[in-house]
Write a protein that binds this ligand. Structure first.
Ligand code: NAD
Length: 261
């Protein structure tokens, strides 16, 4: 499968799932715009490393996903410097865990801004260019928590359910074009976002980290295996292929059976 000549913008790709997807798109031949927070020197090492390994063009844009103007600027920059935003992967995300009555309003606002509003702002900026080319792929990284709920994650689950709804709406609005819009719904993936939860649970229950990880899996994920960023990257590349050109508006669980229960 070749994505040569295509340009992918992957939000939150300095770490975890986004980095796995950016690498997979580059591996399939796409030029890539990276985005995300982090140490400038480490980000430059990641950028240069992908560029060298896969012989594609890789740029980095530091847009803060809580800032609509910066998001629009990032899409415009991909169009100006790389020739388009053919593949948009809305991946940047944060988590906060607390019961609803203790949930800090500023955390609610931040989770909704990054996990739900940022995809909206990126999509509205990218769709006109995709329509002009009559080709586009929008991939929203939702979650098993876009399909079912758990306790203590009010903002995250609201945002991810919202993202599944946004995915369906954009799919309908673009159905008669060459654009598709789908959501990937991972279960547990062992990234820094989940590692923080594993550590917090280990401390609360006085457990070893690895035992805490096993318990986290056994509560929700019947396979008892973490999904890897590489597996999610492979699915993203498939969604960009001609074989997936009539798949739109779907929400695809990659969750070891979590949402089958
Ligand atoms: P991660 O913490 O490893 O990566 C998150 C990325 O988002 C990082 O690159 C970070 O810099 C970026 N980011 C955070 N705030 C930002 C901001 N204001 N502006 C720009 N970038 C910002 O987490 P991850 O687990 O790889 O999560 C990626 C996505 O996958 C998230 O949307 C998350 O909700 C989703 N997800 C993760 C899991 C899991 O088990 N890890 C499961 C389901 C869904």
């Amino acid at each position: 499968m070749s994505l040569q000549g295509k340009v992918g913008v992957v939000t939150g790709s300095t770490s975890g799932i986004g980095l796995g997807i950016a690498r997979a798109l580059a591996g399939a031949g796409a030029d890539v715009m990276l985005n995300g927070l982090g140490d400038a020197a480490e980000i430059e090492t990641i950028r240069a490393g992908i560029e060298k390994e896969f012989a594609v063009r890789v740029l980095y844009h530091g847009a803060d996903m809580t800032k609509p103007l910066q998001i629009a600027e990032m899409i415009a920059s991909a169009q100006a410097k790389l020739g388009g935003c053919d593949i948009l992967v809305n991946n940047a995300g944060i988590q906060h865990v607390a019961p609803v009555e203790d949930f800090p309003p500023e955390k609610w606002e931040a989770v909704i801004a990054i996990n739900l509003s940022a995809p909206f702002y990126a999509i509205r900026s990218a769709v006109p260019g995709m329509k002009q080319k009559n080709w586009g792929r929008i991939i929203n990284i939702a979650s098993a928590h876009g399909l079912v709920a758990s306790v203590n994650k009010a903002a995250y689950i609201s945002a991810k359910h919202g993202l599944v709804g946004l995915t369906k709406t954009v799919a309908l609005e673009t159905a008669q074009t060459g654009i598709t819009c789908n959501a990937i719904c991972p279960g547990w993936v062992r990234t820094p976002l989940v590692e923080a939860q594993i550590v917090a649970r280990a401390q609360a229950a006085n457990l070893e980290i690895e035992e805490s990880g096993r318990r986290l899996l056994s509560e929700k994920q019947p396979s008892l295996r973490f999904t890897s960023p590489e597996q999610l990257g492979a699915l993203a590349v498939f969604l960009c292929s001609d074989g997936a050109s009539n798949m739109t508006g779907t929400s695809l669980p990659v969750d070891g059976g979590w949402t089958a229960q």
